[in-house]
Ligand binder design. Structure first.
Ligand code: ZN
Length: 237
């Protein structure tokens, strides 16, 4: 058992677009994807809400009748709560992505947990939303902090990394990566952030179009369902 409840550094520093099966087995208590035969995909957007990009993402999703999950940063929620309200109203799920986007490996666990709780409080205070989903920034969280968070929250990872945060990629690369790796039940990582914008703007409408044409539908990560799936995965280790 590795000493950290996180993806091994190799996987994120080089990042693979498709997370290997061995990682799923090692970190079985985390949610990586859904085991399903039905053509469901779970788009996730990290680091918002952003005042222009998130509303644009919501418009794109609406056009394809797609629902998704937004892992929001607490300090952004305080600045733009109305955007989170809109996402909730339109049927999307919201997850906690910490208050100040800390790197869990470089941060003392007590500081990390305070930051997690602060994000949780911001969401409740500014939007009334009680999430039970958490995604650690950079996929990095120490084992003791992860254990504490998992008492109340499902740790949501992903099995397809679009690479929209990578300046070496083009939007077309991101489109190709996702189309190539998405399969029924996949959880797909995207970002509603300035850094990802150039690639997201190109890739998102095309992904929605191409994957819809292939018969996929896009669903939000359901909290009850996330828990049930994770329990099943853990018991099958
Ligand atoms: Zn992030």
């Amino acid at each position: 058992m590795p000493n950290k409840y996180s993806v091994d550094k190799r996987f994120f520093s080089m990042y693979l677009n498709k997370i290997p099966g061995i990682v799923h087995r090692i970190y079985g208590a985390y949610l990586w994807r859904y085991n399903t035969q039905s053509p469901d995909l779970y788009l996730t957007f990290d680091d918002g809400p952003h005042p222009e990009i998130t509303p644009w993402v919501l418009d794109q999703l609406k056009e394809f009748n797609a629902r998704a999950t937004f892992f929001v940063v607490g300090k952004n929620v305080q600045q733009y709560p109305e955007i989170v309200h809109r996402a909730i109203d339109e049927g999307h799920s919201i997850g906690n992505h910490s208050y100040s986007h800390l790197n869990g490996w470089d941060t003392d666990s007590s500081v990390y947990l305070k930051d997690f709780l602060r994000a949780q409080r911001s969401l409740v205070e500014y939007t009334g939303y009680h999430t039970r989903l958490f995604r650690p920034p950079y996929g990095k969280v120490k084992r003791d902090a992860a254990k504490r968070i998992m008492r109340t929250h499902k740790m949501v990872m992903m099995d397809v990394i679009s690479g929209d945060f990578d300046l070496n990629n083009t939007g077309k690369d991101c489109q190709r990566i996702v189309i190539q790796h998405a399969k029924p039940g996949s959880i797909i990582l995207l970002h509603d952030s300035d850094k990802a914008w150039d690639r997201l703007e190109y890739a998102l409408p095309r992904l929605l179009r191409d994957l819809t044409a292939k018969g996929f539908q896009f669903l939000p990560i359901g909290e009850a369902r996330a828990k049930a799936q994770a329990a099943r995965l853990a018991s099958s280790q």
